[in-house]
Ligand binder design. Structure first.
Ligand SMILES: [Zn+2]
Length: 369
């Protein structure tokens, strides 16, 4: 399949999705065991047929945001869906898996929208297309096989929310959504890391012991097991936020998990931040952004300097930002949001400031050209 056909197909998915009315959503959900339990003005709560074969056991933990049309399962799946991926999840759960094209065809058929793609040509999965696009830029995109951990591992850590994070301004609701836990023995906040499919790909910790310098690192438990993972392959928050990023075609790139959680507290389902697990944008992460049709990226690294100007900390900060900006530039508009207003906040992420200051920093973000 040619790249242009693939691009056309991606647009077609969006067109079909945009054509769906709430009545259509209701029909498609109910037809596929997603029973709507109750409706509020901005969201529906739906039975989690995404991970319960028998829907009698399902609780209404699947949320449908009426504005963004994004589904979020915040229990077992821990990820977001659009209507196609949500239907696909149910079909594979009940043992009759369908390809995404088959699900698209099913929705088109219901809506009476002609489907004029030649399925045979579409059949190969789209990985190869991304390779083609990215080879223009880099030939070194290495695809590693995913390793997923058993989610039950998390149950050994109590659901305790550290006062530092609550005082910092992350809500309990957000900590619950992201399944944040605590490791009392080591005074560490436990941060599960999921991929877009909601698989637990790793677990990180935030040290709360002031005497330890390294803030974030992989979780290591007493028997020596370490839950590390290739952080180059994933964004923190992609399980929930990539669907919204796709809708907005915009992404905010931050360094740490804490910033993603603070952004979620401020913006709720409109959160479009993704955490880099550091300050490096790998080829795989870039590929994910291109795949999500992002056309605007705002780089929001920590402002690791005290003064803007010709000094080592500022020059280093600039170097880190430019490295990411240059990588994104061929594919999208790039902006940089940082402490360019002289606020007091050494090493602050834009989300470490007050909401008012954040809004001002966002307004004065700089276009990278
Ligand atoms: Zn689910």
């Amino acid at each position: 399949m040619l790249n242009e056909d693939y691009e056309r197909l991606k647009e077609f998915y969006i067109e079909v999705e945009d054509s769906l009315t709430l009545a259509d959503y209701e029909y498609l959900l109910e037809e596929n065991d997603y029973h709507i339990c109750y409706r509020k003005s901005n969201e529906w709560r739906i039975k989690t047929a995404c991970h319960n074969i028998d829907i009698k056991d399902a609780k209404p933990n699947l949320r449908f945001n009426l504005e963004s049309r994004v589904f979020t399962c915040f229990s077992e799946c821990s990820c977001s869906y659009n209507i196609f991926t949500l239907l696909q999840k149910r079909l594979s759960l009940i043992g009759s898996p369908k390809t995404s094209i088959e699900v698209l065809k099913y929705v088109c058929n219901y809506k009476g929208i002609p489907f004029d793609f030649k399925t045979k040509e579409i059949a190969p999965n789209n990985k190869s297309n991304w390779k083609k696009i990215l080879t223009k830029y880099s030939s070194k995109v290495i695809e590693r096989e995913k390793v997923a951990f058993d989610k039950n591992i998390l149950n050994q850590f109590p659901i305790l929310y550290h006062t530092d994070w609550l005082d910092y301004g992350i809500s309990e609701e957000v900590l619950e959504k992201y399944n944040i836990r605590y490791y009392p023995y080591k005074s560490q906040i436990v941060i599960p890391c999921y991929d877009v499919e909601g698989d637990l790909v790793g677990i990180r910790i935030r040290n709360m012991n002031q005497e330890i310098d390294i803030k974030y690192k992989p979780l290591k438990i007493l028997d020596g097991t370490e839950y590390n993972f290739p952080t180059d392959d994933y964004f923190y928050g992609e399980n929930f936020n990539i669907e919204r990023v796709k809708k907005e075609k915009e992404v905010w790139l931050v360094e740490a998990e804490k910033s993603v959680l603070k952004a979620e507290t401020w913006f709720g389902d409109k959160n479009i931040t993704l955490g880099l697990y550091g300050c490096h944008l790998s080829d795989i992460k870039l590929k994910k952004l291109i795949n999500a049709n992002v056309n605007k990226a705002v780089i929001m690294l920590d402002s690791d300097f005290t003064e803007i100007g010709d000094n080592i900390p500022y020059n280093d900060f600039e170097k880190r930002v430019l490295k990411i900006a240059n990588k994104l530039k061929p594919y999208m508009e790039v902006y940089v949001c940082y402490n360019n207003l002289g606020y007091d906040g050494y090493k602050f992420s834009p989300f470490d400031f007050t909401r008012e200051q954040f809004d001002k920093l966002y307004e004065s973000k700089e276009h990278y050209s």
